[in-house]
Design a binder for this molecule. Sequence first.
Ligand code: GCU
Length: 343
Amino acid sequence: MKPSLSQFLLGLLVGALLCCVGFAWIGQRDGKAADGSRVREITVAHGLAVTHPVHQGIEEFGRELDRLSGGSLKVNIFPGEQLGTETVCLEKTQQGEIDITKVSTAPIGNFVPVFKLFSLPYLFRDEDHYWRVLDGEVGEDLLDALSITESGTSSGLVGMTYYDAGSRSFYATRPLTSADSLKGLKIRVQQDPVAEAAVKSLGASAVTMGFGELYTSLKQGGVDGAENNPPSLLSSRHFEVCKHYLLDEHSRIPDVLVAGSKFWDSLNETERAWVDQAARHSSKFQRELWAIESQKALDELEAAGVTILKADPEAFRHLTKPVVEQFATGDRKEFVNRIGAVK
Ligand code: GCU
């Protein structure tokens, strides 16, 4: 049957419409906004769940950057280790495959050794001290130090801002009541020699693995426990397996937003200022959120049947002291002294 004229015209119209949609889509992928201006898509990768307050901080970074740049810089977030563990993300960020990553400062120590500092047990006196250090000259100097390796060459990374990651405490599938109850347990740690040594100093054995693998390992008995802050214990759902959380607060290891030098160098000066401003803004936003979410997480964990006990930190501090002596050397020793001097 031959199509009628009206069917033919309708066909033409639909065809023309499809072409427009197609070109508009290609334009977007090509990095062009509807008004023809350039849109830069920025890949940000991290390992946490989308319900985690750190993820929400990164979302705020995206919103603020969009606002400051008038839509010319767009952030695409890849959460939950979609692009790899934190160590892999750091490598990809160095190589320019990822533009920005959010990692714990712990694995950075394998790239820039001075960063091992943050994992030292009881480095900070309390939360106020932690933020006074990070917001002050020492925090800024450490962000700058992230760009340089021990041999003085570029690390390929640019430290942008800190996010609150609270304090880390032990949780396990077995009852935890004191430092003694960790003896003989297999405890997962990040890729972090300081955390490994700290766990060993408590008589447990340390097992290094990515955060994403941990749920299965806890469930299958590969490890008996781990250590983290309350929002991470909650959003990872490790609490489904680990019903014992001992608040010993042995470390305060901040999270950090890290750009790759390749990405950073590809921005013009105005764009860099926007990225910097949006990052710092998101840090303030995330910190406020953290305070609320951290308490909420403890309440939810308790409601889910997790036994939460406060530990006497003195026993932990005493047992982990040799770890501080082992790792607080060279540049790190200088920073430890400067941190101690911050009132
Ligand atoms: C925290 C931290 C993450 C890190 C995780 C871990 O949740 O925010 O960046 O990956 O600890 O223990 O691996």
